[in-house]
Design a protein around this ligand. Sequence first.
Ligand code: FPP
Length: 247
Amino acid sequence: MSTHPASTTRPESAGGSVPRHVAIIMDGNGRWAKARGLPRAAGHKAGAESARKVLRAAGEAGVECLTLYAFSSENWRRPQSEINDLMGLLRFYIGSELNAIHKEGVRLKIIGDHRAFQPDVARLVDEAVAKTAGNTRMTLAVALNYGARTEMVLAARTLARRVAAGEMTADQIDDAAIESALDTRDLPPLDLLIRTSGECRLSNFLLWQAAYAELVFLDTLWPDFDGTGLNAAFAEYAARERRYGGL
Ligand code: FPP
């Protein structure tokens, strides 16, 4: 069951309706840093600042859920020093931002498996999720050690176990059953998926959920993205006609 019933009081963007659920592939931190002769870590730091700004802007626009791809299950292939930098940023931002997002009524949710992270980081994440669990104004879903195929494999196993336990039959497996076993089961349907930095791929992000989402690919590098870019993406979303396979 969704914890996000349709609301009639959400603000409208200039061009039309605001998407309920926006997901972002925050790409281009490394190129942003390289263009300035800076280390990649500086790009990630600037990228984390963009994430902070975009969360604020999304909340002000009336978005119910913002999902950010912060660390993919493929990111383990990066040099250990870069992984350590990303973990350091996660520690820093949980420390510095948690009270602010809690005060603003934001619920933090994790998709993926952050338990593979360093134990102190995993614990900080768990504490942040627990602290904000009762917040209802908006959900910030952060994808950590996330991969959509793994999410679907785990959902298949969950349903297979339900069938084996006699809780359901194989024929009862339908779209809703699969959705009920995905990490995103308590989030509104995905309306808009944005990727920055000019790449036009989904990179194993929200493959099931993106089935009817509007996809917006922007050339902007993630550290240059902010509330203005988000509103431009909303305007493009509002200008598109969503037919869900109909006429
Ligand atoms: C892609 O840029 C971005 C990431 C791999 C991670 C996104 C992370 C942040 C925005 C920082 C906040 C994250 C945490 C975990 C606190 P890239 O490095 O692939 O850029 P490139 O394609 O230009 O090299």
